[in-house]
Design a protein around this ligand. Sequence first.
Ligand SMILES: Nc1nc2c(ncn2[C@@H]2O[C@H](COP(=O)(O)OP(=O)(O)O)[C@@H](O)[C@H]2O)c(=O)[nH]1
Ligand SMILES: [Mg+2]
Length: 205
Amino acid sequence: MDEIKVIRSEYITSAVSRKSCPEELLPEIVFVGRSNVGKSSLINSLTNRKALARTSGTPGKTQTINFFRVTLKTPDDARHEFYLVDLPGYGYAKTSKTNRKLWAKFIDEYLSSRRDIKFVCQLIDMRHPPQESDLKSFASLVEKNLPVLVVATKSDKLGKTERQKHLNVIKNSLGVDDDSILPYSSIKNEGRSELLDVIAKSLIK
Ligand SMILES: Nc1nc2c(ncn2[C@@H]2O[C@H](COP(=O)(O)OP(=O)(O)O)[C@@H](O)[C@H]2O)c(=O)[nH]1
Ligand SMILES: [Mg+2]
């Protein structure tokens, strides 16, 4: 079978409040995770772009909800448009409490806003067990009845044995099964075609 191709991707806007989210309603695939988990890198890898989402070594900069419009082509030659939505990274130690509360409120409003969210990718750094903030984020998504795919990032940093061990720790601590977790490496593009597959399926049904 031919693979799913990303035939177009463009930055649309950075929203600072619910009101500044795009008016045009398209299906949305959302990405959430701690600062530095590899979210921007994953977005670039998925869209095959070098710097669609800016990556940086200094975490905590993204305090906006960033919308990218992406067009996929499936093997039947059909085109599917969606927004790839990049939420502000959480868990950044240097951020003030007030700031953190504001982010939480904004994210919460967006996730509860009845936009057409197909599913949320909860990114977890595969090298470490989920942190307190990851568990909180995951629980709040589940509580909102949003379908969640756990994406275990930076898979290239682990050897074969560690990899399985760490995946099991993540699965057990979040209580998800094999179908709801996907190892990903933005450097090797591991997991890319699987993620495109999940996205395409969510857009079709
Ligand atoms: N080895 C490896 N490093 C990664 C991967 N993804 C991201 N990184 C590195 O992790 C750091 C943070 O990545 P970034 O995408 O900016 O994270 P964000 O803050 O979640 O957007 C950068 O130094 C990236 O080069 C990956 O899949 N493998
Ligand atoms: Mg980023």
